[in-house]
Design a protein around this ligand. Structure first.
Ligand SMILES: *[C@@H]1O[C@H](CO)[C@@H](O)[C@H](O)[C@H]1NC(C)=O
Ligand SMILES: *[C@@H]1O[C@H](CO)[C@@H](O)[C@H](O)[C@H]1NC(C)=O
Ligand SMILES: *[C@@H]1O[C@H](CO)[C@@H](O)[C@H](O)[C@H]1NC(C)=O
Ligand SMILES: *[C@@H]1O[C@H](CO)[C@@H](O)[C@H](O)[C@H]1NC(C)=O
Ligand SMILES: *[C@@H]1O[C@H](CO)[C@@H](O)[C@H](O)[C@H]1NC(C)=O
Length: 508
C-alpha cells in the first residue's frame, strides 16, 4: 500500500508540474496564420478610420474634429487590446516559423494602449490633443501692434531663417517660447505620468516609456552604440561650430558672441538651431563661386504662384502628404523627404499590417532623406533648372559640402540630445522642476549653444517648443537616420555604377 501510494503521489506531482508548464495555448501554426489574416482585415479598417480622423483634424482644427480623433484613438486602443488578448491564446513564443513568431510579438505589444483604466487612457489622449492644439495655434504678436501676429509656420520660421537683425531674431525666438512653452509644462508632466503608467501595464512590463521606445531598435546596447557613434562624429561638429562661430562674430559683432564659448541659439537660422542651412550665405566658404542655395531662384520662379503659406496636399490613392511649405531650399528638401516616406509605404504595402513600418524607426527617416541626398547635388539641381551652371573646381565642391554640413553635421547633437532629455524625463531622473535646466545643460553640452536671454527655469518649458515633444513623437530615429542614410546612399551609388566621390552621386 505504502509503495502504491508513493507511486500515486509521485504521479500526481509529475502531472501537477506538467500542468504548470502546460498552459501552452494553441500550437497549431496554420490556425495562427488564419488568425493573422483575419486580424489583418480588421486592423486595416480600424487604422484607416483612425488616420482619416487624424487627417481631418490636422487639416481643420475644430473642437468637433478633435473629439472625433480622441474617439478614434480610443477605438484603436480598444481593438489593439482585444487583438493582443486574443493573440495571447496562442503559444506563439514557441512557434517554429520565425515570421509568424515575429508577427505575434508585434501584435501582443500594446504600449500606452495597455492602460486598463479607461478614464486614464482618455485623459492621456485628451492631454495629447490639448498639447498639439497649443503648439499648432501658438502666435506671437508685435509689441506695438497687438493685432499683427505671427504663426510658427511660415512667419516665425521665416523670421529665424532670413532676418539678420540680432534683436529681431531674439524677438521671434523668445516670442515663440513665451507663446507655447509655459502653457505646456504642467500638461507635459501629467502626460509623462500617464504614459509611464500605461506602458507599465503592457504584457512586457516596461520600466518606463523610454525603455518601451528603445525596444523598437531590438538592440540591447542601443544607448552605448549611439554614444559611440556620436563620439566618432563630434570632432566634425566641433570644427563646423568653430568655423560658423567665427563667421557669426564677423556678422553680429565680437561683443555678441564669445570667441571660445557657446553660440547664442537664435543666430543659426532655425528656431531650434537644428539645421543651419538658412545661414549658408553668411558662412559660404567661396562667396564668388556658384551659389548652391537655390532659394532665391525658387522664389523668383514661383513666388508669383504661391504667395504665403501653401498647404501642399498630395493624394495618391490612399497615400497623402500635408505640408505647410515655404519657398526655400530647406522645404524643397523636406518635400522630397516626405515623398520618400511614401515611396517606402508603397514598397511594403503588400506586407501584413504589423510589418507595414520601417525595419526600425530610423529606417523611415533615412529612406526619406536618401532621396533628398541626390536631389541636393549640384548636378540634380541643374537638371531641374534651379541651378544655371555648376562651376567646376574644388571651390564649388567645398561650397556644396559646406551646405550639406550645415544640414547634416549641424543636426547631429540636436538629434542625439532630444531623446536623451526625454528618456531622463521618462525614467524620473529629470523632474518637472529641472525640465528646463536639464534641457539647456544638454543643449550647451552637445550643441554648444546658449539661450539669448536668461530663462526662468521655474516657468519656461523650452523643450515643449519643439513639435515632437507636445506631439509625442520619438526623436532618436532622426539621429539614427542621419547615419544610415549615408550608408544607404553609398550602397545605391555603388549599385548604380557611380564612380568618383559620393557627394557627386545622383541616383535619380
Ligand atoms: C477576439 O476574440 C473574440 C472571441 O473569439 C471575437 O469575438 C473578437 O472578434 C476577437 N477580436 C478581434 C479584434 O479579433
Ligand atoms: C513561414 O511561413 C510562411 C507561410 O507558410 C512561409 O512562406 C515562410 O517561408 C515561413 N518562414 C520561415 C522562416 O519558415
Ligand atoms: C567677390 O567679388 C567681389 C566683386 O565682384 C569682390 O569685391 C570680392 O573681393 C570677391 N570676393 C572674394 C572672396 O573673392
Ligand atoms: C583640387 O584639389 C586637388 C587636391 O587638393 C588638386 O590636386 C587639384 O588640382 C584641385 N583641382 C582644382 C581644379 O583646383
Ligand atoms: C535615465 O535616463 C538617462 C538618459 O538616458 C540616463 O542617463 C540615466 O542614467 C537614467 N537613469 C536611471 C535611473 O535609469
Amino acid at each position: 500500500m505504502a509503495g502504491r501510494s508513493f507511486v500515486f503521489c509521485l504521479m500526481l506531482v509529475v502531472s501537477l508540474s506538467a500542468q504548470n508548464v502546460a498552459p501552452r495555448g494553441i500550437t497549431d501554426e496554420q490556425e495562427a496564420w488564419d488568425f493573422i489574416w483575419d486580424y489583418n482585415t480588421k486592423a486595416e479598417r480600424v487604422y484607416y478610420n483612425k488616420i482619416m480622423t487624424e487627417w481631418n483634424y490636422e487639416t481643420d482644427l475644430t473642437q468637433e474634429n478633435s473629439q472625433k480623433l480622441v474617439e478614434a484613438s480610443l477605438a484603436e486602443a480598444r481593438s489593439d487590446e482585444e487583438v493582443a488578448q486574443n493573440a495571447s491564446r496562442f503559444d506563439w513564443q514557441n512557434f517554429n516559423n520565425a515570421t509568424l513568431k515575429r508577427l505575434f510579438g508585434k501584435i501582443t505589444v500594446l504600449g500606452t494602449a495597455a492602460q486598463q483604466d479607461r478614464t486614464k487612457l482618455k485623459e492621456l489622449n485628451n492631454i495629447l490633443s490639448e498639447m498639439s492644439n497649443i503648439y499648432s495655434t501658438g502666435k506671437v504678436c508685435e509689441y506695438d501692434h497687438q493685432s499683427s501676429c505671427m504663426a510658427l509656420r511660415p512667419d516665425l520660421e521665416d523670421c529665424l531663417a532670413s532676418s539678420r537683425d540680432y534683436d529681431r531674431l531674439r524677438f521671434c525666438w523668445e516670442g515663440w517660447r513665451d507663446a507655447v512653452g509655459r502653457q505646456l509644462k504642467d500638461k507635459y508632466s501629467r502626460f509623462v505620468e500617464l504614459s509611464n503608467d500605461a506602458v507599465s501595464q503592457d504584457a512586457q512590463n516596461w520600466a518606463d516609456t523610454g525603455a518601451y521606445w528603445r525596444s523598437w531598435y531590438e538592440t540591447a546596447d542601443f544607448q552605448e552604440q549611439l554614444e559611440n557613434l556620436y563620439n566618432q562624429l563630434q570632432p566634425l561638429y566641433n570644427n563646423l561650430h568653430a568655423y560658423v562661430r567665427k563667421k557669426l562674430r564677423e556678422q553680429y559683432g565680437q561683443d555678441k558672441i564669445s570667441v571660445t564659448g557657446p553660440i547664442p541659439a537664435h543666430l543659426l537660422g532655425n528656431m531650434w538651431s537644428q539645421s543651419w542651412v538658412n545661414i549658408y550665405s553668411l558662412v559660404e566658404p567661396y562667396p564668388n563661386k556658384t551659389s548652391l542655395d537655390v532659394t532665391a531662384k525658387m522664389k523668383a520662379d514661383y513666388a508669383f504662384q504661391i504667395k504665403s503659406c501653401s498647404i501642399m496636399t498630395t493624394i495618391m490613392s490612399e497615400y497623402r502628404v500635408k505640408v505647410c511649405a515655404n519657398i526655400n531650399m530647406e522645404d524643397l528638401i523636406t518635400i522630397h523627404h516626405e515623398m520618400g516616406h511614401i515611396e517606402y509605404y508603397l514598397q511594403y504595402k503588400h506586407q501584413p499590417v504589423p510589418f507595414r513600418g520601417g525595419a526600425n524607426p530610423g529606417f523611415h527617416e533615412a529612406v526619406g532623406d536618401l532621396l533628398a541626398l541626390s536631389v541636393s547635388t549640384p548636378r540634380h539641381l541643374q537638371s531641374i533648372g534651379l541651378l544655371d551652371n555648376v562651376g567646376g573646381g574644388n571651390e564649388s565642391d567645398i561650397n556644396f559640402l559646406m551646405s550639406m554640413a550645415l544640414e547634416k553635421i549641424a543636426f547631429l547633437p540636436f538629434g542625439y540630445l532630444m531623446d536623451q532629455w526625454r528618456w531622463a524625463v521618462f525614467n524620473g531622473s529629470t523632474t518637472p522642476e529641472t525640465y528646463n535646466q536639464e534641457w539647456w545643460k544638454l543643449r550647451t553640452r552637445y550643441q554648444g549653444i546658449v539661450p539669448p536671454i536668461p530663462r526662468n527655469n521655474a516657468k519656461d518649458f523650452d523643450p515643449g517648443c519643439k513639435y515632437h515633444i507636445p506631439y509625442n513623437t520619438p526623436y532618436i530615429r532622426y539621429f539614427v537616420s542621419f547615419i544610415i542614410q549615408f550608408q544607404f546612399h553609398k550602397a545605391l551609388c555603388d549599385t548604380s555604377g557611380h564612380t568618383g566621390p559620393l557627394h557627386k552621386c545622383d541616383i535619380s
